[in-house]
Design a protein around this ligand. Structure first.
Ligand SMILES: C[S@@+](CC[C@H](N)C(=O)[O-])C[C@H]1O[C@@H](n2cnc3c(N)ncnc32)[C@H](O)[C@@H]1O
Length: 290
């Protein structure tokens, strides 16, 4: 399989380490707080991955039609792995299996991080959800030691309490079990491509370009926002940028590039214990006049 060859090349260092190849194990964007600005129930969403958490939270909030666009070729199989693991493992176990960075382990991954024994408990489910994803992650889990598998993951992932604060489905065991039911049947369409070039006949009620702009050149932010806004349904809303209270470094760059679109800044309560407030830029397409 072509992707397995690429994974091997990446781990062995034959591929550019700066390419968008790594996955984010979980999202540390405050999805839990920003969801309220969007009409997800029975709606449609186009979102960037790669943790799969935007899609997972949206599905749990009742969204029906979900497309994940991400340039990272691992996003699709990783999202299926997370869905299978969510159905099989407990809340903390899921975190330890996919992220594993807990302060009790210091700088090290937990012993269960992508290890073959934990994978064994997830594999039957994964096989049923998506066979290609099963083959990919089975190969990874059995073939490489943890220190090599780590190379496929971003290093800046966060602790368990931070992930819990940002993702409603991780909030407590009650929400986690509720999510398990909602995620039993999930049909996501994946596109491994550049979101600036978003091509589809569809119109979405919601588009989330959360935390992508800082990867782009200023003129590309304009192209991405304009192109994506053309795929919004009338009255639909697009999250163009997510900002932590820390500001990130794109606010100046993006507001200038978004001037043609008239975005609104919405303030949200910061993920408890991390920041007191965060904010997002939202663009709303006019509803059709009658
Ligand atoms: C900082 S991460 C955002 C993480 C995501 N919002 C989450 O919490 O899972 C940026 C993501 O955007 C993807 N990406 C970067 N540039 C892109 C582009 N031009 N088109 C599509 N995806 C892109 C990366 O592969 C990565 O998965």
């Amino acid at each position: 399989m072509d992707l397995l060859q690429k994974i091997d090349d990446y781990i062995l260092g034959y591929m550019d380490r700066n390419s968008f190849f790594q996955v984010y194990s979980f999202s540390n964007e405050n999805i839990r707080a920003y969801t309220k600005f969007f009409d997800l129930k029975r709606g449609s969403l186009c979102t960037v991955g790669s943790s799969g958490d935007q899609a997972i939270n949206a599905k749990v909030a009742g969204c029906r039609d979900i497309v994940i666009y991400d340039i990272c070729p691992l996003t699709e199989s990783y999202t299926y792995l997370k869905l299978a693991a969510q159905q099989t493992l407990g809340r903390k176990e899921l975190f330890m299996f996919l992220n594993g960075r807990d302060y009790s382990y210091g700088a090290y991954r937990s012993p269960s991080f992508l290890n073959p024994i934990t994978f064994k408990t997830v594999e039957e489910k994964l096989k049923r959800i998506n066979y290609d994803a099963f083959q990919i992650w089975q190969t990874i889990a059995y073939k490489y030691p943890q220190e090599d598998i780590e190379k496929l993951f971003r290093k800046d992932d966060k602790s368990f309490p931070e992930i819990v604060r940002c993702n409603n489905y991780m909030r407590n065991d009650h929400e986690y079990n509720k999510a398990r039911k909602a995620l039993e049947e999930i049909n996501i369409k994946f596109v491994t491509d550049d979101i600036k070039e978003l091509k589809t006949e569809k119109e979405f009620k919601t588009i989330w370009l959360s935390n992508v702009a800082h990867h782009l050149e200023p003129e590309d932010i304009t192209q991405m926002a304009k192109n994506c806004s053309a795929h919004l349904a009338p009255g639909g809303k697009m999250l163009v940028c997510y900002f932590w209270q820390s500001g990130m470094n794109i606010r100046g760059k993006s507001i200038e590039q978004l001037s043609e679109l008239k975005v609104e800044e919405k303030t949200i309560r910061g993920a408890e214990g991390i920041f007191t407030k965060d904010s997002i830029y939202v663009y709303t397409r006019k509803a059709r006049s009658i």
